[in-house]
Design a protein around this ligand. Structure first.
Ligand code: NDP
Length: 447
């Protein structure tokens, strides 16, 4: 490892040893960069790594709200404005009880490189709260969102910071957050993406992360003269990303056989088809039910309480779409033993470092989330463009642009990997391509 990288990582570990996920993300990215840093001293001279690992700004605030019994609840709200070298901060909001500053720093840090890869002018940020929307009434979710935005509105704006959804923040939450922003600012700004179509949203935005991930998998397979047709796929999660991953897999002739949530996994050996997917969408998006109910409805399927999909069935493809560190080293070995030839990440950092070592040793195709799930933020960028020109593109136009962006990300990552001596290594390629653009903007803009 390059000495400069080792020094910055050591320093980071000494300063914030408790931010496990952030340290994991920083180590993964920085260790890919040794070869770039060896080739040019300008990065060290300009202290680029030291600056890249510290957010430009962190906003931490209280979110008091009233539950349905009239009792006051208090959560913590955060916005991590990580890097604005190539555009306004851009990245989702996550509402989940596990949210803390270390998790949001990991997500914001990853977002900087991901957004750079999309080729669109977007900096990186992330935010959220330890609020859990599960089991809350619409009224409680609205009360929470109103209070959250009552503070956040003064720190964001169309040219400053444009949040979007993530875990626990879907169409309903974006609606409440946008309404409150508008009331506070008296201005109809393009300040959130993931809006509904009728009030400034983009066609294909809900689908974009899942569709984009499948397009990326298609590109990886094409490098081996292979395709998705007829391949069996394990998908985890059953939220936004998982649902549209399954939809696109079906459309392109693959056979998705699993879905999961934080309670367990269903395996359906007959395959999840369009009709079964419609059941899941209604269950998850309208009824806010649990994935277990799938096995009650479709007798061919089996429910595994407390399990993740990995290794529960033979499958050539794995598209993790739930959360970070959901595939550990043993899960990765089980995937390979069950015939897996490709892992394409819909979630952010779903594979542990040990899992990535297993993929590398087995020489399977592996795409890190910052490349393969970038379709979501890319289409958010397209939503911002449509808002700015006050026009709406058709479904076909947006899908075509998304597909083109995923092809460019794939090509840029592959080219950078080859240029720096690690052909076929999408981790190195994505990190290097993402880094170089942000670093050169930082150097050009001074300090
Ligand atoms: P949703 O909230 O719509 O869905 C999340 C899914 O993952 C749910 O099925 C949820 O189960 C499950 N899940 C969440 N936490 C855990 C956990 N700790 N263990 C097991 N299962 C869990 O979120 P998204 O689909 O939007 O996000 C999924 C992943 O994709 C995240 O990593 C996110 O950062 C990433 N991503 C999302 C983008 C987007 O556009 N939405 C863009 C790029 C990346 P349950 O219902 O039980 O909570």
């Amino acid at each position: 490892m390059n000495k400069y990288v080792a020094r910055v990582l050591e320093d980071l570990k000494a300063k914030q040893p408790w931010e496990k996920e952030f340290l994991q993300a920083a180590e993964e990215v920085l260790s890919s960069l040794s070869v770039v840093l060896d080739s040019d001293s300008k990065y060290e001279k300009n202290k680029i790594l030291e600056r890249m690992v510290v957010p430009e700004r962190v906003i931490l605030f209280q979110v008091p709200w009233a539950d349905d019994k009239g009792e006051i609840q208090v959560n913590q709200g955060y916005r991590v404005q990580f890097n604005s070298a190539i555009g306004p901060y851009k990245g989702g909001l996550r509402f989940h009880p596990s949210v803390n500053l270390g998790i949001l720093k990991f997500l914001g840090f990853e977002q900087v490189f991901k957004n750079s890869l999309t080729t669109l002018p977007m900096g990186g940020g992330k935010g959220g709260s330890n609020f859990d929307p599960k089991g809350k009434s619409d009224n409680e979710v609205r009360n929470f969102c109103n209070s959250f935005m009552r503070e956040l509105y003064r720190h964001i704006g169309p040219n400053t910071d444009v949040p979007a959804g993530d875990i626990g923040v879907g169409g309903r939450e974006i609606g409440y957050l946008f309404g409150q922003y508008k009331r506070c600012k008296n201005s109809y700004d393009s300040v959130l993406t993931g809006k509904a179509l009728e009030w400034g949203g983009s066609l294909i935005r809900p689908e974009a992360t899942g569709y984009g991930n499948v397009y990326f998998a298609q590109e990886m397979l094409a490098t081996k003269g292979d395709s998705l047709a007829g391949k069996t796929a394990l998908v985890s999660g059953s939220g936004n990303v998982a649902q549209y991953t399954v939809e696109k897999l079906i459309q392109l002739g693959a056979k998705p056989i699993s879905l999961s949530d934080s309670n367990g996994t269903i395996i359906d050996p007959d395959g999840i088809d369009a009709e079964k997917l419609a059941f899941v969408m209604d269950l998850k998006n309208n009824k806010r039910g649990r994935i277990k109910e799938y096995a009650g409805k479709y007798s061919g399927a089996k429910y595994y309480e407390g399990k993740r999909p990995w290794g529960l069935a033979k499958a050539e493809l794995a598209l993790p779409s739930a959360t970070q560190n959901e595939i550990d080293g043993d899960n990765a070995k089980a995937l390979i033993e069950n015939g897996c030839i490709l892992v394409s990440e819909g979630a952010n950092m779903p594979s542990t470092p040990e899992a990535i070592e297993v993929y590398k040793a087995a020489k399977i195709l592996y795409a890190p989330g910052k490349a393969s799930n970038a379709g979501g933020v890319a289409t958010s960028g397209l939503e911002m463009s449509q808002n700015a020109i006050r026009l709406s593109w058709t479904r076909e136009e947006v899908d075509q642009k998304l597909h083109g962006i995923m092809r460019s990300i794939h090509k840029n990552a592959l080219d950078a990997a080859a240029e720096y001596g690690t052909p076929g290594d999408y981790v190195n390629g994505a990190n290097i391509a993402g880094f170089k653009k942000v670093a050169s903007a930082m150097i050009a803009q001074g300090f």
